[in-house]
Design a binder for this molecule. Structure first.
Ligand code: TXA
Ligand code: MG
Length: 347
């Protein structure tokens, strides 16, 4: 049986000590970060790391992010950061940013999936930081979800799928950002974003650093094609219900496309994950409107997107459209998750 600790109001000392003990004994703990929940274990212990892969049913070729609570922990794991990497750490850590750094080769093969790099991040969440501090170990933690499912942003969403596969669930309430950290790599003075998140292309450029998006952020990986980040190849976030992305455009155009789709599918119950501004109009078209937030409020949409994707299967609809947001700031990250949830079906 997994234990459940409630840290929503405050971090309980005895329970925190127990979490550290479990981690140091090779156990596995689900804990909150500011982005999504993670399934964590001692990154230096190969048997513990193996348990993470088992709990998630994760493909072995997909490396894990290593979480630290202070920069001193870097020196045992990775080579010295260069000037740009250091600037990014200073600007965004603790925070939703994972930096791919050159590995010293001391972590188990399973953490890095055999690559010569390690993804490192310092999360901006008191519970996560206390767990790392107390265990005195770098903590390897992928998102808390069975592989292929949307990442968990609260314990309720993931409890059933992960219970009895982990030792402890630490409940810290809903996560704030809602989508996973930005993953990036610095090559020859240029930052490439491999997975977009809250720390955006625009945020990085604002520091005077050259920054580009990897082409696989919005494009499917073709058979046999090389990818910078193995996670890009794998099926992700998709509900069982067929979902189709409605590309962001002017309101009238989006609503027109949705209306045409509903008319062409009169024999089906159509759901539409939509902006608050469009709810009434979509209901009047005869579809089930699933409101996600104002189109002006990307942070709320980000916070709610994974729970919304998880709940589509419970809405009693045959097919579901999802209104897309603008591909700017955190919107790039939201669209990266939604297009994959829709398996690249776009209207
Ligand atoms: O917000 C987050 O990053 C969450 C929380 C728990 O911290 N973690 C998370 O981990 O999303 P995960 O395992 O679900 O996603 C890690 C991503 C994968 O796409 C993986 O391929 C990529 O990071 N990654 C990890 N190490 C890498 C490396 N050395 N080179 C390239 N990509 C790497
Ligand atoms: Mg994940």
């Amino acid at each position: 049986m997994s234990e459940l600790y409630n840290f929503k109001e405050n971090i309980k000392k005895e329970e925190l000590e127990n979490i550290a003990k479990v981690i140091n004994n090779g156990g596995v703990v689900v804990f909150p970060t500011e982005t999504v929940y993670g399934i964590g274990a001692d990154a230096t212990n190969p048997d513990a790391v193996k348990k993470i892969f088992e709990a998630k049913g994760r493909p072995q070729d997909n490396p894990l992010i290593v979480h630290i609570s202070n920069k001193d922990m870097l020196k045992d794991i990775v080579e010295d950061a260069n000037e740009i990497e250091t600037k990014l750490m200073d600007a965004f850590w603790p925070g939703p940013l994972t930096i791919i750094l050159k590995s010293k080769g001391v972590l188990p093969m399973s953490v890095t999936a055999g690559l010569d790099t390690v993804g490192i991040r310092m999360p901006d969440n008191k519970i996560a930081l206390s767990i790392i501090e107390e265990s005195k170990k770098p903590v390897a933690a992928p998102s808390a979800n069975v592989s292929g499912r949307p990442s968990g942003t609260n314990v309720e969403d993931i409890y059933n799928e992960l219970k009895d596969r982990v030792d402890i669930f630490v409940d810290g309430g809903d996560t704030i950002v809602g989508i996973e950290s930005t993953v990036l790599k610095v090559v020859d003075g240029v930052v490439t974003i491999l997975r977009p998140g809250k720390i955006s292309l625009e945020d990085i450029k604002a520091l005077g650093i050259e920054c580009v998006l990897d082409k696989h952020i919005f494009e499917d990986v073709k058979e046999g094609e090389k990818v910078e980040s193995p996670g890009m190849k794998h099926r992700h976030y998709a509900p069982k219900t067929k979902t189709i992305l409605v590309e962001n455009d002017e309101d009238e155009k989006m609503l027109q496309k949705i209306n045409t789709f509903i008319v062409e599918n009169v024999d089906k119950i159509v759901g539409v994950v939509c902006f608050s501004e469009h709810k009434e109009k979509i209901e009047n078209m005869g579809a089930k409107a699933i409101e996600i937030g104002s189109k002006e409020d990307l942070n709320t949409i980000s916070r709610k997107i994974f729970t919304t994707l998880r709940n589509i299967d419970k809405e009693g609809v045959d097919i579901c459209l999802i209104e897309g947001v603008k591909k700017e700031y955190i919107g790039t990250g939201i669209m990266n998750r939604v297009i994959r949830a829709c398996e690249y079906n776009v209207l």
